[in-house]
Each structure stands twice: as C-alpha cells, then as structure tokens.
Design a protein around this ligand. Structure first.
Ligand code: SF4
Length: 292
C-alpha cells in the first residue's frame, strides 16, 4: 500500500483492509471485486491485484509461508529487489539490508561520497560483518530506514544528536557547511528552567514547539507569555546555539520552584543516566553557575 503513497493516506485503508481480511486464507478466498472495492481511492490498483494473486500463490505453492530465499520472494507478483530484501529481513530475520533513498543518503554521508560513486550492494557485502553483526537483522533493516528519515534527514541532518557522528565523514566536511548555511533559519527561543534547591532541573519530553521532539528539554516558548506570569522568571543569559539548520538566539530564564507543570520531571543537573541532547546540556552548563 505504501508504494508511491504517503503513510497518512494509507492508514485508514490498511485498517479497513486488515479488519476485512484477518489472515492469508480470507484474502485468498476473496473476489477481486471485493479487494478492489477496499482499495478504491488509493490508486495503483495493480498493487491490490498482485496482493490477491500473491496470497493464492503462497497458500497453494508455499504452504501459506513466505519463501526464505530472496530470489524466490522476488518471483512473487509486484515484489522487486527492495521489497524482497525488506520481507526477508523482517519475516525471516535474514542478514540483508533493503536499499531505499534513506539508506543511500545515510551511506553517502558516512562515506562523504556522491551516490554514483558508491556501489551500495558491494559496500554492504564488503562490510556485512560490521553492519550486520547481530541477531536482530529485522530491527537493523527498519532502524536504518528510520534513521535516514528521522535523523539523517535530506535537508536538516540532526548531526548534533547523531550517535554515529564520529564515524561520519560528511559531518566534518565542507559539504555540510554549504548545506547548513543554505538552509539556516534564524529563530528566537525563550527557555524557562524550573530549578530546585537540590540542583535539579525540570525537563519534559513533550515540548509544544515541536523542536527536538521527545527529547529531554526545559519549557520552551517562541513568544513570551503575558507580563504578569512572566514576572516570576529571572533572565540568566542570552546566548546563541546552532542546531541542525537553526541558528537559535536563546533567552534563558529560570525560577526556583517546588511545583512543576504536568509532564515535567526533575533531573539532576550533574548526575543522571538519561540521554540529554547537547542543546539541553548547554543549558545545564549555564544554570549550574547558580549552584556554585
Ligand atoms: S552525523 Fe549527520 S550527516 Fe552524519 S550520519 Fe549523522 S546525521 Fe547523518
């Protein structure tokens, strides 16, 4: 369903489809008319027909199981190199990598080469021992795709929080400077830190500005609240911080407080085992001056 189609478009179709056909048997026993009706509006109807034919082949020829051999998977209707590798890794935990746009971008950046300079399959085969040195091949194949989509993004790679930046040649290169300069956005952020006398800071993984979402951050606002509530806050420092494609002008405020908003938790500024992004670590350094 996801071929040429966005996830948000696919979701309602997927839900309806899997509720109607709860298993391979019920799909294979269905009529083409019924399958196409459920697909109505999604387009590329050959995918629906292929799915129906494949369900019948799997039942009749493969005892309702997906074949293990990648070349055999590729003989199924509508299944090409990429889909066959994804299926082999996800279903049979095969040590293989499916090469899509996200994976290509990640490898081109790690090697700091252009796409036409790399033979991706050869690169994977040569480095198989390092890349697939795990029993969790299905997780690796998914993680690589997600990594390219969420961290090593086309225009705004999140290098500051990237766990493999030490091994990435692009990160230290001119190319990155050009990419980041081209997309640099100036932004002002007001950062509000609740502190307590025990050297702790209140952080949340649910910040409203959609910035470094799901990571530990203090309260952040793009615009200041009304003057009345703002009175409680003291300005500690103004400084600059660049992150991905953003050049941030930070106004850092603090207040000592026993009460913190819902969704916030206390974290030690000096010792904690949580993953703290470097954006927040810089804030730690600023507020720790208040405890000296
Ligand atoms: S350091 Fe940056 S460019 Fe390199 S892999 Fe990580 S996110 Fe991608």
């Amino acid at each position: 369903m996801l071929q040429q189609t966005q996830v948000k478009t696919v979701i309602p179709y997927f839900v309806k489809f899997t509720r109607t056909f709860k298993n391979l048997n019920s799909l294979s026993n269905s009529s083409e008319k019924k399958v196409l009706k459920l697909w109505e509006g999604l387009g590329y109807y050959r995918r629906a027909r292929n799915l129906l034919i494949t369900s019948k082949i799997l039942i009749n020829k493969y005892n309702s199981k997906l074949p293990k051999d990648i070349n055999e998977i590729k003989t199924l209707p509508g299944v090409g190199e990429y889909t066959a590798n994804v299926l082999a890794a996800l279903i049979h935990n095969k040590a293989t990598i499916a090469i899509d746009g996200n994976v290509k971008r990640l490898f081109t950046r790690i090697l700091n080469k252009s796409e036409n300079e790399i033979d991706f399959q050869k690169f994977i085969n040569t480095n198989k021992k390092n890349l697939l040195n795990t029993n969790r091949n299905s997780d690796v194949v998914e993680a690589l795709m997600e990594f390219g989509a969420l961290i090593c993004k086309p225009k705004e790679p999140c290098c500051s929080i990237c766990p493999i930046k030490k091994n990435c040649k692009f990160e230290k290169s001119e190319k990155k400077l050009i990419l980041t300069k081209k997309n640099l956005i100036n932004e002002e952020l007001n950062v509000f830190c609740y502190l307590n006398k025990n050297g702790k800071i209140a952080l949340t993984k649910k910040n409203k500005v959609g910035f470094l979402n799901k990571f530990n951050l203090p309260q952040i606002e793009k615009k200041l609240e009304s003057k009345r509530s703002f009175k409680k806050w003291k300005l500690l420092k103004k400084y600059r911080n660049s992150i991905s494609n953003k050049k941030l002008n930070i106004n850092l405020y603090y207040q000592f407080s026993k009460r913190i908003p819902v969704d916030y938790n206390w974290y030690s500024i000096k010792n904690n085992n949580e993953f703290i992004p470097s954006f927040t670590k810089k804030i730690f350094r600023q507020v720790s001056t208040l405890f000296q």
